[in-house]
Design a binder for this molecule. Structure first.
Ligand code: NAP
Length: 304
């Protein structure tokens, strides 16, 4: 299959491109950061008029995975118009074009569409209640994509891994700070379901190969607090877990509200794929192995 990936410099985009190129022809869309990626790159800015149509016409993909987004919560608050364009309007446009040309689309959304006030697990049946510009524009993006392209897969994700910048994911945040001997806060009252980004990528490809459609939670199967996650990273890498101070998010200086409980059910995903979601510890082992094998340096060498 020929797979077009938007946001190919992002943590998910590049990980997906590297995973998919083992079996498929991959083209990644990039605004100019990549110089020597081992997959084909097309330079394009989604904010330029008619980019989506012209790139899709040129590449003629069988599958398109939209990993491009404005992901920084604070930036979304500062630039709500840009957030709406990237997180809602461009996904809608991509979905329309894919529907017209019979291209299978995966649109990436977020666990943060939920306000996190439910004390139990969230399923795909639960009604989102987004707080803040990022969550709202992502949720609006989901609805816009569903409306114009009901065959699309909408994947609500959350993942960690080694990124191009070396400081994008929560795994990198704990690793970078603890390895420099710096103390950090770990929130005990924010629950999420972390999964190694290569496993997210593999699951997305499996979903395309199985021809699934509709809304799915594509996260790890084990919920944990951000503090617990930090401790697990510290233990795996032999770093000092006492440098992580357990704290409430309410005592932080974060300006954008975080949802306290993002424990999402993966039951629908594992049932429809007919497989178990990999254990958290398996992903963490792999994250550590990647580090030992120089993977962080390797992907960083792909950029200008
Ligand atoms: N990271 C997580 O744990 C997490 C959690 C929940 C949901 N998600 C969702 O997962 C998806 C991928 O997230 P990520 O963490 O991989 O994101 P990321 O690292 O922030 O990457 C965002 C990507 O979007 C691209 N982009 C932004 N503006 C663009 C434009 N005008 N034209 C073309 N490309 C543009 C960026 O390109 P540049 O490099 O050129 O800026 C980058 O490749 C997003 O939909 C996000 O909402 C992620």
């Amino acid at each position: 299959m020929r797979l077009l990936i938007t946001g190919a410099t992002g943590l998910l985009g590049i990980s997906l491109a590297l995973e998919a190129m083992r079996e498929h022809e991959v083209v990644g869309m990039d605004r100019g950061k990549l110089k020597s990626a081992p997959f084909q790159v097309i330079k394009a800015d989604l904010l330029q008029p008619n980019t989506t149509d012209s790139v899709i016409d040129l590449i003629q993909p069988d599958w398109l995975v939209n990993c491009a987004a404005l992901t920084k919560l604070e930036l979304c608050e500062e630039q709500p118009d840009l957030s709406r364009i990237l997180n809602t309007e461009i996904p809608e446009k991509l979905a329309q074009t894919c529907a017209k040309r019979d291209i299978r689309l995966v649109h990436i959304s977020t666990d943060a569409v939920f306000d996190g006030t439910k004390t139990k697990i969230y399923t795909e049946e639960d009604q989102p209640n987004p707080h803040g510009v990022y969550a709202q524009t992502k949720f609006d993006g989901e609805r816009a994509v569903q409306e114009v392209n009901p065959q699309a897969i909408i994947a609500r994700v959350n993942f960690y891994g080694w990124s191009l910048s070396g400081k994008h994911s929560l795994g990198e945040f704990f690793f970078n700070n603890l390895s420099e001997g710096k103390s950090v806060s770990g929130f005990t009252d924010i629950i999420f379901c972390p999964i190694l980004v290569q496993y997210t990528a593999r699951l997305l490809l499996d979903m395309l190969e199985k021809d699934l459609c509709g809304l799915y939670h594509v996260v790890g199967a084990q919920p944990m607090s951000k503090y617990q996650f930090g401790v697990e990273v510290a233990r795996k890498f032999g770093l000092r877990e006492t440098l992580i101070e357990p704290k409430s998010v309410h005592s932080s200086d974060l300006t954008v509200r975080r949802s306290p409980n993002l424990w999402l059910s993966t039951h629908k995903l594992s049932t429809d794929l007919g497989c178990e979601i990999p254990e958290f510890s398996t992903g963490l082992d792999e994250f550590y192995t990647q580090y030992q094998q120089g993977y962080p340096q390797k992907i960083r060498s792909y950029q200008q």
